[in-house]
Write a protein that binds this ligand. Structure first.
Ligand SMILES: *Cc1c(COP(=O)(O)O)cnc(C)c1O
Length: 396
């Protein structure tokens, strides 16, 4: 018999009842150190007082009115995002997937209005993830996500990761209008795009007049130690998808764009009932207040270096379990030699939450607010988990 929840997830037998900072409490009272943060969502940790206050204060006043009216909280958050980024304009969504939908529509509409409606193709890359909608799965293109869901939305050119010649050839096609890429692949196994490669993509887009769309749903909002990951490369996109961290746990997403890229999106061309609602935007403003602060971002970079140094030691001490560390800021991946699911399970056994990814990687995505003590504790629990994996492999 089918479970009453559609069984599309293999869930761990853990149910958390409360959280504080980087810690979660299970129904049985056990405390887990949370290095998953709801898949890079709880950027300020659990039950952050400023977010609780922003949400409850707004909840007592007004939840929802629709986009038929002015929404001051939405205006404030848009103004802040524009002030802190390359963007001239913002549209709010409720998820990364919805942001992907709009990014695709915006690129197509741009070329339609520019008198080159044949430029419908968007170049995407192997290992990418852009959400589970029809456009999102077609954009990523992997068999795992698309099999059985055809016919797929046409208009995506899938390229292997790091094949410069294939990229140059594809970008020169007259049917191509945009390039869509994650500056740091998340689901694909924490694969950061080298700064030089992102710069090269920007140059290639400029050469052919293409729109550069960055998916910063997972790597944005301070995760890499800059407000947005592309800032490390010193280049700007034309369109950027954001979600996850921006709501700190409240469902919120956004598409940021330049005036030029957004020029086709006039009144009536797109909409959302819930997008940019007062509750979500009140929380989003509180999140921005923290993560856009240069001192906060400097702390993310400092903590990243501390964690990374410990992880390098862990990898060196457990070569049968781990192969290496990769990533940026507090978006780090442990490439495993042992099956990553064994490491994940051993983590659960020592009450440490991590998140698996493709390419046999374990993701470490802690709240950006974690303390130095949390880092030390995570390293000691990872050490214990690694020893457990080694013992199990010897006795197996
Ligand atoms: C999670 C994610 C998405 C999809 O976001 P949802 O909020 O789950 O719809 C899209 N792109 C990237 C890079 C993501 O990590």
């Amino acid at each position: 018999m089918i479970p009453s929840i559609l069984p599309t997830y293999n869930r761990a037998p853990l149910s958390f009842v409360s959280g504080e900072g980087a810690w979660l409490t299970e129904a049985d009272g056990r405390r887990f150190l949370d290095f998953g943060a709801g898949i890079a969502v709880n950027a300020l940790g659990h039950a952050h007082p400023a977010l609780v206050a922003a949400l409850t204060e707004q909840a007592g006043k007004l939840w929802h009115v629709s986009n038929l009216y002015q929404i001051p909280q939405q205006q404030a958050l848009a103004d802040r995002l524009v002030a802190e980024s390359f963007a001239d304009t913002v549209f709010f969504t409720n998820s990364g997937t919805e942001s992907c939908e709009l990014a695709v529509k915006m690129a197509r509409k741009y070329w339609h209005d520019a008198g080159q409606p044949e430029r419908t193709d968007i170049i995407t890359f192997e290992g990418s993830f852009h959400g589970r909608s029809s456009a999102g799965i077609a954009a990523a293109g992997s068999e795992k996500m698309t099999k059985g869901f055809g016919p797929l939305l046409p208009g995506f050119v899938h390229l292997p990761w790091g094949d410069h010649d294939a990229l140059r050839a594809a970008a020169a096609q007259e049917t191509v209008g945009a390039i869509l890429i994650e500056p740091v692949q998340g689901e694909g196994g924490i694969r950061p795009l080298p700064d030089q490669y992102l710069k090269g993509l920007r140059d290639l887009c400029d050469e052919h007049g293409l729109l550069l769309i960055l998916d910063e749903v997972q790597c944005g909002m301070g995760r890499t130690g800059r407000l947005f990951a592309h800032e490390w490369a010193g280049v700007a996109p034309d369109i950027m998808m954001v979600a996850k961290g921006i709501g700190g746990g409240f469902p919120l997403g956004a598409v940021l764009a330049t005036e030029r890229a957004a020029s086709g999106m006039t009144a009536g061309t797109h909409g959302s009932t819930y997008g940019g609602n007062p509750l979500g935007c009140a929380v989003g403003c509180a999140v921005m207040e923290h993560v856009a602060d240069p001192a906060f971002l400097a702390e993310v970079r400092r903590k990243s270096a501390l964690l990374r140094q410990g992880l390098e030691g862990l990898v060196a001490a457990h070569p049968q379990v781990f192969e290496g560390v990769r990533g940026a800021g507090l978006m780090l991946g442990l490439k495993c030699r042992a099956p990553n699911t064994d490491v994940l399970q051993a983590g659960y056994d020592v009450q440490l939450i991590t998140v698996p990814a493709a390419d046999n990687v374990i993701r470490l995505l802690p709240p950006l607010t974690l303390t130095d003590e949390d880092i030390a504790e995570a390293l000691s629990r990872l050490e214990a988990a690694a020893r457990q994996v080694e013992t199990r492999r010897e006795t197996a």
